[in-house]
Design a binder for this molecule. Structure first.
Ligand code: NAP
Ligand code: MG
Length: 401
């Protein structure tokens, strides 16, 4: 059989620990035998980030903007313990943060649904994709602990020195105040990323804030979304047969619980932080979750939602057997390959991505899975496989297909 040819390279960002081990196994067993894989390789493993003073992360982000599609392995975000473990020159920033800042992106996360791993919410038949705005609000706040009586005001000084003042509160005793902000530019980017992703995946888009209470702040989010939708997306949504709708955040939460799934839920930064953990835990496991960073200019970076699975890596180093779930990392590759196929008009590449995903799902549905899934599945007669054999079983299924 001839290998599938690619025209544009994928930006490949290698990573750390157990996921780095899985990365190589996936390439060797599931990709290289079938695809003449064209990638521009960046080693984001912590050792090399340290060696290059993190320049490699910046280079990989620039390459992503140049080529349009990247696939990223999980990476270590250094803390004090890692400083000694890797003898680091500096506590380098989170690569995800660096890449997100460069791409000005929104993160979309969706569960990978398989029979035998049922969501806790019985009526969720299809995945719910969470789109989280990743800038501002409470994550970039300024706070004061008010020690006693006094007046708190909100002051804006424009470039000419003109002040606008609003009274926050006349304190008669101790209290607290908080200042938060967002920018029209960031909200617009967020909106466009959501609309583009909805069109891309042909799913309805829900957006919710608390605009009835926050008549300027949250209302601006609502207005920006609506203006951009009306001006740039309404016709495209109509043509695609999908819907955008806005509602109050409390109404959205209630509706999500009763919904069947199959839509994108766009959330402000804090709502997205909280709701994505709720949705992902209700669907089963972080290892069964896709994650993609989408920029408003149409650049895509695919990754797994989980970390480098450090505990398994240390077992692996001791020569002990591991049973680490590679599904999210496989789906990062298939997502990136499918997108590359779409952009370069290579149907064989898109078909391959579909097939590999089907093979992965059907392997699990046949009862062959890693330990994390075996613990939560409703299937009987399950075979628990080690990291390597799980990938080999997927290859067998793929060959049969
Ligand atoms: P983690 O890698 O997400 O793993 C936490 C625990 O979740 C594991 O010990 C394991 O539980 C379970 N788990 C996660 N993924 C699994 C998989 N694929 N298969 C089976 N079990 C899985 O988080 P961590 O170990 O706390 O963090 C390790 C490193 O990852 C940190 O340095 C952190 O900075 C980094 N991190 C990176 C990213 C990213 O690059 N996107 C995201 C988060 C964290 P059991 O041990 O009970 O089996
Ligand atoms: Mg959180």
């Amino acid at each position: 059989m001839e290998k599938i040819q690619m025209t544009t390279p994928l930006v490949e960002m290698d990573g750390d620990e157990m996921t780095r081990i899985l990365w190589k196994m996936i390439k060797d067993e599931l990709l290289l035998p079938y695809i003449d894989l064209k990638t521009e390789y960046y080693d984001l493993g912590l050792a090399y980030r340290n060696e290059t003073n993190d320049q490699v992360t910046i280079d990989s982000a620039n390459a992503t903007m140049k080529y349009g599609v990247a696939v990223k392995c999980a990476t270590i975000t250094p803390n004090a313990a890692r400083m000694t473990e890797y003898d680091l020159k500096e506590m380098w920033k989170s690569p995800n943060g660096t890449i997100r800042a460069a791409l000005d992106g929104t993160v979309f996360r969706a569960p990978i649904v398989v029979k035998g791993i049922e969501p806790c919410v019985r009526n969720w038949e299809k995945p719910i994709t969470l789109a989280r705005h990743a800038y501002g609000d409470v994550y970039k706040n300024t706070e004061i602990k008010v020690p006693g009586p006094g007046k708190a005001e909100l002051v804006f000084t424009d470039e000419k020195g003109n002040e606008t003042r609003e009274l926050i509160h006349e304190f008669t005793g101790e209290g607290i105040i908080q200042g938060i902000h967002n920018t029209r530019k960031s909200i617009s980017s967020f909106a466009r990323a959501c609309f583009n992703y909805a069109l891309d995946t042909k799913q309805d888009l829900w957006f919710a804030t608390k605009d009835t209470i926050s008549k300027k702040y949250d209302h601006t989010f609502k207005d920006v979304f609506q203006e951009i939708y009306d001006a740039e997306y309404k016709e495209k949504f109509d043509a695609a047969g999908i819907e955008y709708f806005y509602t109050l955040i409390d109404d959205a939460v209630a509706r999500v619980m009763k919904a069947k799934g199959g839509f994108i839920w766009a959330c402000k930064n804090y709502d997205g932080d909280v709701m994505s953990d709720m949705v992902s835990s209700a669907f089963g496991s972080l290892a069964m979750m896709t994650s993609v960073l989408v920029s408003p200019s149409g650049v895509y970076e695919y990754e797994a939602a989980h970390g480098t699975v450090q505990r398994h890596y240390y077992k692996h180093l001791k020569g002990e057997e591991t049973s680490t779930n590679s599904v999210a990392t496989i789906f990062a590759w298939t997502g990136a390959l499918r997108k590359r196929g779409e952009l370069d008009d290579i149907p064989a590449l898109m078909e391959f991505a579909d097939k590999l995903e089907k093979a992965t799902i059907s392997t699990i549905e046949s009862g062959r899975m890693t330990k994390d899934l075996a613990l939560i599945t409703s299937l009987k007669d399950v075979t628990v496989l080690n990291s390597e054999n799980f990938i080999k079983e997927i290859r067998k299924t793929l060959e049969e297909m």
